[in-house]
Design a protein around this ligand. Structure first.
Ligand code: ADP
Length: 328
C-alpha cells in the first residue's frame, strides 16, 4: 500500500461522469492491522492468552485517502489487495468512504498487506508488517491508471510500495498539472534522488526527517535546520510535522522556514495523526489552492489535532461536519 495524491492546482474543475467540481486524488497502499492485547509480550516459543483482539484497516495510503475523503474530497486509490478474506472488507471501507476503486486490483496467490501488532499492558509492543500485495503494485498498474492520475489535482505517494512504482506515478503526475506530494514514510535512509526531483511537496515527521538527514529532529529549532538540509538535497518544498508542536515548512522560493504551531489539546490516541495531516494537506491543496501555504499547513495541523482526541486511526478522522466552519 502506498498512497499517492495527484492533482492540479490550476485545474479546479474536472468534469467526469457528469459530476462537476471533481478533484481526483490517487493513493496506493492498503494494510489490515490485527491488534492483540496481552498482559506482557510473549517470549520466543511461548503461547500466551491475550485479553482482547481488535482489527483495523489502514496502510498509509488508505488512511490518507480516507482522511481526504472524509473532509469531502473526491478521491481514488491505485493499489493491490490479495485475494483473501480481507479484500472485500477493504473494498467495502473504501466504497463506504466514496473512494474510487477502479484501480484497486485483487491478486491471486498473495496476501493483502498485514500488520500483526501485540500490545502489552506496559504499552510495549511488537509489530510485524507483511507488505503482501503492496509489494507487487507495479509500474504497469500505475500506467493503467495514467489518465486518472493526469487529471488529478493532487497525487499522494508513500513508501509502502516499490520505489519504481512511485517514481512512475510521479512521472505521470508531471504529465498533468497535479501537485505531487511525497510522504516519505515509513522512514528510510537511502532516498532515490529522482523521488525528490519529481515531488512538489515532501512531507515527513520527526523520525523520518532524522533518517533522511542523519541529525536529531526533536524540536522546532532542529526541524528548522533539517528542513534546510532537505531543501539542499533538492526538495522543492518541505514540511516536517512535529506532533504537538505543529509543523515547520519551507520552499526553494522562500527558504526561510516557517513554524506553524497547532492547538494545545489533551491527546487520547495520536495513531494516524500524520496520515490525517497528509490527507488534510491534499484536500486543502486541491480545493483551496488560492490559500497561502501557511494557512494550508495550519488547517492541516488543525484537522490532525482533532484526530488525536479520539481513539483509532480512520475512525478518529473528522468529517467536515465535525469541524468548525472556518476550516472550509
Ligand atoms: P506522525 O503521526 O506521522 O508521527 P505527527 O506526530 O508529527 O505525525 O503529527 C502530525 C500532526 O498531528 C501534527 O503536525 C499536529 O498537527 C497533530 N498532532 C499530533 N500529535 C499531537 C498532539 N499531541 N497535540 C496536538 N496535535 C497533535
Amino acid at each position: 500500500m502506498v498512497p499517492g495524491g495527484y492533482g492540479s492546482s490550476s485545474r479546479k474543475v474536472i468534469v467526469d461522469e457528469g459530476v462537476c467540481n471533481l478533484c481526483r486524488r490517487v493513493w496506493h497502499g492498503i494494510q489490515k492491522a490485527s491488534l492483540t492485547f496481552t498482559q506482557r509480550l510473549p517470549r520466543p516459543g511461548e503461547t500466551l492468552h491475550g485479553t482482547e483482539f481488535r482489527k483495523g484497516f489502514g496502510g498509509k495510503g488508505a488512511n490518507q485517502c480516507v482522511a481526504a475523503a472524509k473532509l469531502g474530497a473526491s478521491t481514488a486509490m491505485v493499489a493491490r489487495l490479495g485475494n483473501d478474506s480481507f479484500c472485500q472488507d477493504f473494498l467495502c471501507i473504501l466504497k463506504n468512504n466514496k473512494i474510487n476503486t477502479d484501480h484497486v486490483h485483487i491478486t491471486n496467490g498473495v496476501s493483502s498487506g498485514m500488520a500483526q501488532i501485540t500490545v502489552a499492558e506496559s504499552g510495549e509492543n511488537t509489530i510485524v508488517i507483511v507488505p503482501g500485495a503492496n509489494s507487487i503494485l507495479s509500474v504497469a498498474d500505475v500506467q493503467q491508471a495514467s489518465e486518472m492520475i493526469k487529471m488529478a489535482n493532487v497525487v499522494v505517494c508513500q513508501f509502502e510500495t516499490p520505489v519504481e512504482t512511485t517514481i512512475e506515478a510521479l512521472k505521470i503526475t508531471k504529465e498533468g498539472e497535479g501537485i505531487a506530494i511525497v510522504n516519505a514514510a515509513p522512514a528510510i535512509t537511502n532516498l532515490d534522488p529522482l523521488v525528490l526531483k519529481l515531488s512538489d511537496i515532501f512531507c515527513v515527521n520527526e523520525s523520518e526527517a532524522e533518517s533522511l538527514t542523519g541529525m536529531q529532529v526533536q524540536s522546532v529549532e532542529e526541524a528548522v535546520v533539517a528542513v534546510g538540509k532537505l531543501l539542499d538535497k533538492g526538495c522543492k518544498q518541505v514540511i516536517i510535522t512535529l506532533g504537538a508542536s505543529g509543523a515547520v515548512f519551507a520552499s526553494q522560493d522562500n527558504s526561510v522556514p516557517v513554524h506553524v504551531p497547532t492547538k494545545k489539546v489533551k491527546p487520547i490516541d495520536s495513531t494516524g495523526a500524520g496520515d490525517m495531516f497528509v490527507g488534510g494537506l491534499a484536500f486543502y491543496l486541491a480545493y483551496y489552492p488560492e490559500l497561502p501555504m501557511k494557512e494550508i499547513v495550519k488547517r492541516s495541523c488543525e484537522v490532525a489535532t482533532v484526530s488525536v482526541q479520539k481513539y483509532g486511526t480512520q475512525t478518529s478522522f473528522p468529517t467536515k461536519d465535525d469541524l468548525p466552519a472556518e476550516l472550509f
